[in-house]
Design a protein around this ligand. Structure first.
Ligand code: NAD
Ligand code: IPM
Ligand code: MN
Length: 350
């Protein structure tokens, strides 16, 4: 029996994960769903956002699905013990280097985007965000005192050839199953790591993927093009930091940040880490206002990519589409359904 580890976390995390639990119970009753403390909820109990036990439980699962972590309550915790550090440590421990973030516009939501419907109708972008390297993990980093009484804060952006190649390969492979086009976004005009990124992607493309159309794009221009003419993109491969920012921007093309799921994948056969791309949304937590679809669609990705239950994944995707076609909308989508009522709508369509 396959095992899914649920890590609800903080803020709206437990609210959206509760809907995933209901969907899983109805759709995949044989799936063993375990649950553990994570993020701020774990810090409050165990003084760490990720215990060794939960890390090992994650590594032993077939897939891990998290809600969200973080919030103002933990703003003063030491950095290495903040909820977000638990998330970064889990990604690193699972070595899930390729973060697939699909920005797909459901037809019923074309009018919910902040962009004109004709710009987003039919939109289907796949971000491939490098997830376990770059400035998120580079050393040295810190805040130091300077002799003149000032402080100096610094981080290191660093990528090696193999780190770029392995995420590039995922992007090219995905493109072959789509419209065969990859944009690689970096800042090779100002950053050494960006220059290496461009060189490695260029060589990988020439060597192994000459059949795929490759375009290099500077990350700032990519941000602009995403809101000017987003349908020009198919697969976008980029680093950890640019991928974080560009995918949040792309979320609004689909109607709401509450719509975007993600799949973080490592080596074949290893468990994937599935997470909505939104955060713990402290401003709406505890009010039943959160849109659970990003979490439910993250479960759909887990079914597809880790649990190999394609039929169940197809059924769930169709149910979400049907619920939206029937007019189901949480507040972020301009409606008035609660989190649980949106879950009801998906379950009814299932
Ligand atoms: P956020 O994504 O939590 O919220 C941004 C805005 O989007 C808020 O107005 C929020 O209400 C809205 N929103 C987000 N998800 C929604 C949903 N499902 N339905 C309806 N509205 C939704 O980003 P933030 O406010 O910058 O960060 C809050 C905390 O979350 C921080 O501590 C941050 O570090 C953390 N965070 C965690 C993750 C994660 O766990 N994967 C991701 C992003 C941010
Ligand atoms: C995300 C989040 C995380 C990130 C934070 C909470 C560490 O913003 O998953 O998009 O920056 O990767
Ligand atoms: Mn983010």
């Amino acid at each position: 029996m396959a095992t899914l580890l649920l890590l609800p976390g903080d803020g709206i995390g437990p609210e959206v994960c509760a809907e995933v639990r209901r969907v899983a119970a109805a759709l995949t009753p044989d799936l063993k769903v375990e649950e553990a403390l994570y993020g701020g909820a774990s810090y409050d109990t165990h003084s760490t956002p990720l215990t060794d036990e939960v890390r090992d439980q994650a590594l032993a699962s077939d897939a891990v699905l998290m809600g969200a972590v973080g919030g103002p309550k933990w703003a003063d915790a030491p950095r290495h013990l903040r909820p977000e550090a638990g998330l970064l440590n889990l990604r690193k421990a699972m070595d899930v280097f390729a973060n697939l973030r699909p920005a797909y516009c459901f037809e019923a939501l074309a009018g919910a985007s902040s962009l004109k419907p004709e710009l987003v109708s039919g939109l289907d972008i796949m971000f491939v965000r490098e997830l376990v390297g770059g400035v998120y993990f580079g050393q040295p980093r810190g805040i130091e005192d300077l002799a003149d009484g000032q402080k100096k804060g610094f981080d290191t952006q660093v990528y090696t050839t193999s780190e770029i190649e392995r995420v590039g390969r995922v992007a090219f492979e995905l493109a072959r199953g789509r419209t065969n086009k990859v944009h690689s976004a970096e800042k090779s005009n100002v950053m050494e790591s960006g220059l290496l990124w461009k060189q490695v992607i260029t060589e990988l493309h020439a060597r192994e993927y000459p059949d795929v159309q490759l375009e290099h794009i500077l990350a700032d221009n990519c941000a602009m093009q995403l809101v000017r003419a987003p349908k020009q993109f198919d697969v976008i491969v980029t680093d950890n930091l640019f991928g974080d920012i560009l995918s949040d921007a792309a979320a609004m093309l689909t109607g709401s940040l509450g719509m975007l799921p993600s799949a973080a994948l490592g080596a074949p056969g290893k468990p994937g880490l599935y997470e909505p791309i939104h955060g713990s949304a402290p401003d709406i937590a505890g009010k039943g206002l959160a849109n659970p679809l990003a979490a439910i669609l993250s479960f759909e990705m887990a079914l597809r990519w880790s649990l190999k239950q394609t039929q169940a994944a197809d059924a769930l995707l169709a149910a979400v589409k049907a619920a939206l076609d029937n007019g189901a909308r949480t507040r972020d989508l301009g409606g008035s359904l609660t989190t649980a009522q949106m879950g009801d709508a998906v379950l009814a369509a299932l």
